[in-house]
Design a protein around this ligand. Sequence first.
Ligand SMILES: [Zn+2]
Length: 263
Amino acid sequence: MREIRTCPVTGTTVVLNDGWPERPLPAVEATSCWACGDRGPVIATRGEARAVPHPVPALGVEGTAAPVPGLAVKRDAVGAHELILGPHGGGQADVLRLAAERMVDLRRDSRLRGFALAQAVTPAGHDGWQLFAFPFDLPPSAPARWRDAELAQGARVVQLGESVVALAAWAPRAAFETWILPRQGAAHFVASNVHEESSALLHDVCSRLSRQLGGPAIDVTLEDGEPWRLVLRPRLQQPSLLPALGYPIVGVFPEFAARALRA
Ligand SMILES: [Zn+2]
């Protein structure tokens, strides 16, 4: 079965082909855990979660936010790059809340405008997000209407929480791409009141993905918007040039992925 789908939220076009092979990338086993050690200055804490400076920051406080005039765009790498660490092996109830608090605090610097949050989840790995603050706005997404249609239709619902839901993406950019978002409303990330429940659902869905796929690393990113959402993408091999051209070929239909993850 083959189909071309375009995502109504991201605009991404993907080719679905269930004859396509999907294989997990080999897991990398860490021998020691950097994040478990004493990591110097702590910026903020909440419960078991702590925010620390990134040891090799991609962005720093020095410089100005304005682009340097010229044909091509360049600017000082003004911004912030922090790690939001929870306990080793997951259980990250306070982590998203702390990340939101850090964004509110960083936003007091009027140069900092766009915020990104990302982590690679690995089985038995340390729970740790990288928080970036950029000197420009990031385009928000607006999945609320789509979410409401998905909830009414139901075929791609993976797990329903009290206030949050996990959905298999309609036009997945990677096999088993899953979105976690509030079930109601359109709150941005910092204004949300479902951080703790979202953290718990993220943990559950990562466990489901791990059981189904044999434990590949899962890239998790925050897309802010109306409402915000977490995007989970397992790292699977895609032996084709088309992804490099911007058109992912995905071998698992999301309706199948949702059924498999619900089981
Ligand atoms: Zn650790």
